[in-house]
Design a protein around this ligand. Sequence first.
Ligand SMILES: [Zn+2]
Ligand SMILES: [Zn+2]
Length: 322
Amino acid sequence: MLYRRPRGVNDILPDEVGRWQQAEATFRELCRLYRYEEIRTPMFEETDLFVRAVGEDTDIVGKEMYTFEDRSGRSLTLRAEGTAPVIRAYLENSLQGQDRERLGKLYYIAPVFRYDRPQAGRYRQHHQCGAEAINSAEPEVDAEIIQLSLHFFHKLGIKDVTLLLNSVGCPVCRPAYIEALKSYAAPHLAHLCSDCQRRYETNPLRLLDCKNEQCQQIMENAPILRDMLCPDCAEHFAGVQQTLNILGIPYTLNPTIVRGLDYYTKTAFEFVAPGLGAKDSIGGGGRYDELIEQCGGPPTPAVGVGIGLERVLIAQEAANAT
Ligand SMILES: [Zn+2]
Ligand SMILES: [Zn+2]
């Protein structure tokens, strides 16, 4: 009998692989230019790393991870997202070194595994290139990560990219916002989708980025986190916008960009390009100032981006066709 590949995964055939090599080479070249160094982490990690970093009440941890027990009964998980393994390796190998001021700039190109409903550009094994800038709280570094990403898209001929920008606040200002959001949503609860009814309890921020049309309509007039930021977050967000303005990078403020992971603080952003569904981004990221401490390290601010290579190649094809 002939075997077939498992559902939701893809073969990259010889006549397509040239485009992959070109995209990967372009990303490497840009990372060299921006002085990011490559890091390669294992394909799997202890399950607890992803649970702790990404958050228990997220889609990823709740239903999308490829988790298995090895022969000694350890719970392991195939790389479920790009950032947590890099942070784990950064801490474990003391890449910070003796220099407390040192900015760690790392990049990776790696497969990511999610038990997701297969659809265009979404595979159960997909490929991500990403960059992390560790140990700076400066808004200029957020802007640099965004600039690097856009530089990458433009070099591949994807010119028509929209940058959606938001701030998701921090542990100081977010709790009050969550309360405001929940009191806004409470009277509408019966009309929200079943996912949102669950999120209302477990992860209310995600009410804002539900793909269900009725949920979107209901949440259209929800309070906006950007208006409730603490002085520190507000100042940082203004700094990011100011730097983008200086760099001539246009952006659209969008309060629904909250990302699916718990670890984001302050800046959150996504890149949207024609050729994919309207809400399907080709990449995104943000700041995660709490994550490194959560992973057992010293308090260390950081910001990063993850870019989906499959989606970038679809967007590139669409850009070349026009
Ligand atoms: Zn704040
Ligand atoms: Zn919903």
